[in-house]
Design a protein around this ligand. Structure first.
Ligand code: BG6
Ligand code: MG
Length: 220
């Protein structure tokens, strides 16, 4: 029986995936690297430091910077990203999310957040939904990021539930793999191609209907 929902944040609860992309694109340009939306798909769900490594590799600059300089570049990206998220309001919840949170309350389904982002608590506060979640997994506590199942195991632990009692929702390929490896029913938001590993997928968050998700997961 499904009793919990473990949600990714960026690109699922709110569309910060776009802000991450813009901030990385701007940083990459400053150091002479071009990235586009296709390349950006790989960065979804991946930690700040790992994202920077992938960008440097893409620009064949993986040996150009010292660890200290790389840290400085990641901080610069985060500073620009923070200017975007400062302006987040409850109106920035992804379409259908308010309804999903309401349905979860009515159906007695507990919620937690499994995001790689260190900015997750601030964003949930700006969206004014933080108190609807039992907990937020602290990404600093993880030995391994997505696609390791660790973050989804912790998300279920926060709810006092087993992975089989939870549904995981993600927009990142690495995230779907993490949910699947955690032994949780995986719901993807995105194109059929990028979400092909998901147990169930929708193209837009507006199509996420909690009753349907629970039915699909329980029939799985
Ligand atoms: C994930 C995003 O949720 O968080 C990634 O999908 C991002 O794009 C990662 O790099 C880390 O976020 P932050 O806010 O700690 O830099
Ligand atoms: Mg995401």
């Amino acid at each position: 029986m499904i009793k919990g929902l473990v949600l990714d944040l960026d690109g699922v609860i709110t569309d910060t995936a776009e802000y991450h992309y813009l901030a990385w694109k701007s940083l990459a340009e400053k150091i002479g690297i071009k990235i586009d939306r296709v390349f950006n798909e790989q960065l979804k769900g991946i930690s700040r430091t790992e994202s920077l490594e992938l960008i440097l590799k893409h620009g064949e600059k993986e040996k150009t910077y010292t660890e200290e300089e790389k840290q400085e570049l990641a901080t610069r990206k985060n500073e620009e990203y923070k200017t975007f998220i400062e302006n987040i309001t409850p109106a920035d919840l992804c379409p259908g999310m308010e309804q999903l949170l309401m349905d979860a309350r009515e159906m007695n389904i507990k919620l937690s957040v499994a995001s790689a982002s260190k900015n997750a608590p601030t964003i949930l506060e700006h969206l004014q939904v933080k108190d609807q979640f039992v907990g937020i997994v602290d990404p600093a506590s993880l030995k391994q990021g997505k696609p390791s199942p660790e973050i989804f195991h912790k998300g279920a632990d926060l709810l006092g539930l087993s992975p089989a009692e939870c549904i995981g929702i993600e927009d990142a390929e690495a995230g779907i793999e993490a949910i699947n490896r955690a032994g949780m029913f995986s719901v993807g938001v995105g194109s059929k191609e990028s979400m092909k590993a998901a147990d169930y997928f929708v193209e837009q968050t507006a199509e996420l209907d909690l009753k349907t998700l629970v039915e699909k997961a329980e029939a799985h």
